[in-house]
Design a protein around this ligand. Structure first.
Ligand SMILES: [Zn+2]
Ligand SMILES: [Zn+2]
Length: 229
């Protein structure tokens, strides 16, 4: 009741405007929603070639712990702007829309999932931004798919944004930055875990999370992100 009232009040003070084109009426307008560049055929995230089930294609397969990475769309407007507005302009309402895209992509694969885990932010960055966008997305996806969400990973140091770095530097930038929180290994043992992030550059961050989760006994680790920047 109170939540509803708060939401209605909020809508009066800040009436919804499209997170891409600013048209009034909704947080993502019809036109922009229809113009999202979505990935409709499963691709290998490393080379972009067709690869059934969003798996890493045979020629790119490496021992990195990540079995597949699901990309929902391409890094193009309106999707690009929606992601940036969620992250940097703190338009959290946009997460609901992006969750829809993730749910749609996961359903394409039609495979059981046991646990959903967000890529953690470093504590300093969390206080700065006020929220972890990956966690918002993970929470939404878990709710929609009726799967448990947990936050068992810790980012032990703040890393530079991946986007400004060249490929080898991205890998070393995130190497060893994640670990499992104490007493959480029973949570991931034997599970099919899906790691959620908003965007990837090369996939190094998600791969690094996958490596830790596999070391801790996860049966399989996938990743899902909205787009690859
Ligand atoms: Zn729009
Ligand atoms: Zn490939």
């Amino acid at each position: 009741m109170w939540e509803q009232l708060k939401e209605q009040l909020w809508d009066i003070i800040f009436p919804p405007r499209c997170g891409n084109c600013k048209a009034p009426g909704a947080w993502v307008c019809q036109e922009c929603w229809q113009n999202l560049a979505l990935v409709r055929t499963p691709l290998c995230y490393r080379c972009g070639r067709l690869s059934p089930g969003f798996k890493i294609c045979p020629s790119c397969r490496q021992a990195n712990g990540l079995s597949r990475l699901i990309l929902c769309g391409y890094w193009q407007d309106p999707l690009r702007r929606l992601i940036l507005n969620l992250k940097y302009r703190r338009l959290r309402v946009l997460a609901d829309y992006l969750v829809e895209l993730m749910v749609w992509s996961v359903r394409l694969i039609d495979h059981p999932i046991d646990l959903i885990v967000p890529v953690p932010l470093h504590r300093g960055r969390y206080w700065q931004r006020g929220f972890n966008q990956a966690e918002l997305l993970a929470r939404g996806v878990a709710k929609r798919l009726v799967v448990t969400m947990a936050d068992p990973l810790i980012r032990t140091r703040s890393t530079r944004p991946q986007f400004g770095l060249v490929k080898p530097a991205r890998r070393s930038n995130v190497q060893g930055v994640f670990r499992l929180k104490r007493g959480q290994s029973s949570l991931v043992e034997g599970k099919i875990v899906v790691v959620v992030d908003d965007v990837v550059a090369t996939g190094s961050t998600v791969e690094e999370c996958a490596k830790i989760l596999r070391q801790e006994g996860a049966k399989q680790v996938w990743g899902i992100v909205i787009a690859r920047a």
